[in-house]
Each structure stands twice: as C-alpha cells, then as structure tokens.
Design a protein around this ligand. Structure first.
Ligand SMILES: Cc1ncc(COP(=O)(O)O)c(C=O)c1O
Length: 198
C-alpha cells in the first residue's frame, strides 16, 4: 500500500492510506463509548453481566471494549473470537493490548493492559475472511430459528459458535448473564445464500 501510495504521489495525487489496524485511538474511543452504553443500560436494568462475546478482527473493537469495561469497573469477561487466520493469535493479542493502552493515554484514563489478560479465542476461525465454518453455519441456523436474528458466515457466526459451545460445555452457568455484541456483516448472508437456504 505504501509503495502504491508513493507512486500515486509522484503523479501528483493525494492518496489516503487506510491500514488494516489503523483505526487508532480516535476510532477506538467509540468502542469505549459502547462499553459506557452497556454500563449505563445494565445499571438502569439493575443487572450485572459476566461475559461479553464478539468477533474480533483487527482488535480495535476489543481494545475499546476492554478499556471501557476496566474504566467503568464492569466485572465483564470480554471474549474476542478470531474470524480468520490473517495473522497469529499472538500478534492480535499484542495489538489489542497496545491499542487499548494507546487509547487510554489518548483519553487520559489510568487503565493499562498486558497481553496475558486479553481473552482471545482463535479456535473458531475460518480459512479466509469469508470462509464459513460448520459450527458457524449451525450457529446461524440456531439464532435465526430461536431469536429471528441473522448472523453472517464470515464474521459474526464465529463468535456466536464460541458462545454456544461455552454454554453447552457448562463453561457459562445458568445464572450468568451474557452479552452478545452483533457488529454487523449481514450483507454476507446473501453471498452464502445457497448454503444457507440448503
Ligand atoms: C462485521 C464486522 N464487524 C466489525 C468489524 C471490526 O472488527 P475489529 O474492530 O476487530 O477490526 C469487522 C471487520 O472486519 C467486520 O467485518
């Protein structure tokens, strides 16, 4: 991307390079606000939640959520689930911790993170970004049939599959409250319409 941008600059153009993980502290701050919204809603409902599951790609979402959860003292296990094998678990965990720390500095928050406290599950990933998995497809069917909510095969299905396994294996108790963050991706349902309608 850098060399292509340099080529364009030579031609007098002004490219804006969007790096994969370049959301940066300003963008990640929006997910700190998401954690704040969750904090406010839980307080209004008078409940506490123990888990939050979501799919975690570049890790920007997770960085903001863990920072917000720590800052607002939510006793919440934020579990990010890897959608694809674009890079390694170690690289993503380090990026999540670094981004959370950079955003904490940016927002003048005292919370800091080390890699060991990041909960990141890489075992539900498909091969490519769009790669569906058997467990993901089963999760789509389950959630559509029971809740009328549509997840997509590439992204959101993977964290739901992880959540479903946690419940089935008893890793989440009946009394626990779980939040699932559905970040979108629904148009991908149409890219896999044949497999899904089958
Ligand atoms: C559906 C969906 N939601 C959210 C995201 C952003 O996730 P992250 O902040 O981990 O990159 C992506 C990124 O690919 C996505 O496809």
């Amino acid at each position: 991307m850098d060399s292509f941008a340099a080529e364009l600059r030579k031609k007098g153009e002004r490219p804006y390079v969007m790096y994969y993980e370049a959301v940066g502290p300003l963008g990640i701050a929006s997910y700190v606000l998401l954690a704040r919204e969750i904090f406010v809603q839980l307080r209004e409902m008078g409940i506490t939640a123990q888990y939050l599951f979501h799919t975690s790609g570049s890790g920007s979402t997770q960085a903001g959520l863990i920072l917000g959860a720590k800052h607002f003292q939510l006793p919440l296990n934020v579990i990010g689930v890897m959608p694809n094998h674009r890079d390694t678990r170690e690289e993503r965990v380090r990026r999540i911790a670094d981004n959370a720390n950079r955003t904490a500095e940016f927002l003048d928050m005292s919370a800091r993170f080390v890699c060991e406290e990041i909960r990141y599950d890489e075992t539900y990933a498909g091969e490519a970004y769009g790669g569906p998995t058997k467990k993901g497809m089963d999760a789509i069917e389950l959630v559509a049939g029971t809740e009328g909510i549509f997840l997509d095969p590439a992204y959101s299905a993977k964290s739901m599959a992880c959540l479903v396994d946690h419940v089935r294996e008893g890793r989440i108790g009946k009394k626990d409250t779980v939040i699932y963050y559905h970040s979108g991706g629904v148009p991908l349902v149409f890219s896999h319409s044949e497999e899904l309608s089958a």
